[in-house]
Design a protein around this ligand. Structure first.
Ligand SMILES: Cc1ncc(COP(=O)(O)O)c(C=O)c1O
Length: 395
């Protein structure tokens, strides 16, 4: 086999994802696509807001000379200024263009941050349940992922975190609202986390960074107010994208923002701009930087996702599932009846409903439902949730 053994192993470890995908194709062939309800993907059905198409049309009509050339690796200064202005307005901190790097989505941003900060075997703390790619974003750069558990509400266990922080800890990644649980970490948790990281950095004589991965920050329900981690801790690096808040996942645009009060911010920025280049991203797509410049305060209509959350929550609780009502994002993470969620996932498949087992997010006994789908898909899946529960509980 010519491929790297690490990659071969990683592909084997995540082969259930491929199996799910293949099973979806097989089920569609067997039953007809209208009888298969795929709730496994986080690919939003929302269309970008009308302002995006206005920007696109006006950009296409302008034929601006030089608009497609290379630019500084951190991105256009006008776009970084617009991002900085919006972040300053929201947080009350003084962000400027020199605190921002435009990136190829949040995925690239996370890789750039880890590559910039971690020496070999430095530790990256990942809080359960987690976006599975974090494990690779650490090991891609020879850092070591260290996993920390959570309570029944999916709020990370701070005592366990305290025990696992070490001289080698470089980064703690937080993701709120969370994929897969939809939980927004409360302000009290964020403040306690900031205090702990400050205390441990002093104790170890090291610098522990809080990397806040926020692609779902603007998808919040019920008037919840987002507790900004950078207000609780000065070594916060914000990472985000417009994949979900402007529904542009295929267009690959996001950014990194370094806390304006961080002392060595200049050196850190230089490192991240360098890493953006040498990891091969070079710069974020020029067109997208032009388009999102004027969209920093625009978000898709979240009311539709909230209605779907309410509908699905009603279906699941009526069917007897234990599930925490999410504050944001577009995922739900119910407990499976019985400890082995693979049995439930298989029972749901027999009903034509595709979901993702919790072990893919570091939590066995749970499963993830993505409800960023058409309402008819959710309604089609509803009887399957009831039938799978009866099958497993003998009800
Ligand atoms: C928690 C989380 N972080 C990062 C990403 C990657 O986002 P992007 O498409 O902007 O790279 C995703 C995508 O689903 C995600 O759920």
């Amino acid at each position: 086999m010519a491929i790297a053994s690490d990659i071969e192993r990683a592909m084997e470890d995540s082969s259930w994802i491929r199996r799910m995908f293949e099973l979806g194709i097989q089920l569609r062939q067997e039953r007809g696509p209208e009888n298969v309800f795929d709730l496994s993907l986080g690919n939003p059905i929302a269309e970008p807001p009308p302002q995006f198409f206005d920007e696109l049309r006006s950009y296409a009509g302008a034929d601006t000379p030089g608009a497609h050339r290379y630019m500084p690796n951190s991105g256009y200064v006008e776009t970084r200024q617009a991002v900085a202005d919006a972040l300053s307005d929201e947080t009350g901190l003084s962000y400027g263009p020199d605190h921002i790097v435009m990136t190829v989505g949040a995925a690239a941003a996370l890789n750039v941050v880890v590559h910039s900060l971690c020496d070999r075997d430095d530790e990256v703390i990942i809080l359960t349940p987690f976006f599975a790619e974090y494990l690779f974003y650490a090991s891609n750069h020879t850092a070591k992922p260290v996993v920390v558990g959570c309570d029944d509400e999916f709020i990370p266990d701070l005592d366990e975190l305290e025990r696992k922080l070490s001289e080698r800890t470089k980064i703690v990644i937080v993701n709120s609202p969370n994929n897969p649980s939809g939980a927004m970490y409360p302000g009290s948790f964020i403040e306690a986390l900031g205090d702990l990281l400050r205390q441990k950095s002093t104790e170890f004589g090291s610098e522990i960074f809080l990397v806040s991965d926020e692609p779902y920050r603007k998808i919040l329900f019920d008037e919840h107010v987002y507790p900004f981690p950078q207000l609780a801790y000065e070594r916060t690096i914000t990472v985000t994208s417009h994949a979900k808040d402007l529904a542009l996942p295929g267009d690959r645009i996001g950014y990194i923002a370094v806390h304006p009060g961080y002392d060595d911010g200049g050196q850190l920025m230089d490192a991240m701009i360098f890493c953006n280049r040498v990891l091969g991203f070079v710069n974020a797509p020029a067109i997208m930087q032009h388009l999102v410049r004027n969209l920093q305060t625009v978000t898709i209509d979240t009311a539709d996702y909230q209605q779907k959350r309410d509908y699905l929550y009603g279906v699941l609780t009526a069917a007897g599932y234990e599930v925490r009502k999410p504050e944001g994002a577009f995922y739900m993470f119910p407990k499976s009846p019985g400890d082995d969620e693979m049995q439930l996932v298989a029972a749901l498949q027999r009903q034509g409903v595709l979901v993702v087992p919790g072990r893919g997010f570091g939590m066995e006994g749970y499963f993830r439902i993505s409800y960023c789908v058409e309402q008819r898909e959710l309604e089609g899946a509803a009887p399957g949730f009831v039938a799978a529960m009866s099958e497993l509980t003998g009800g």
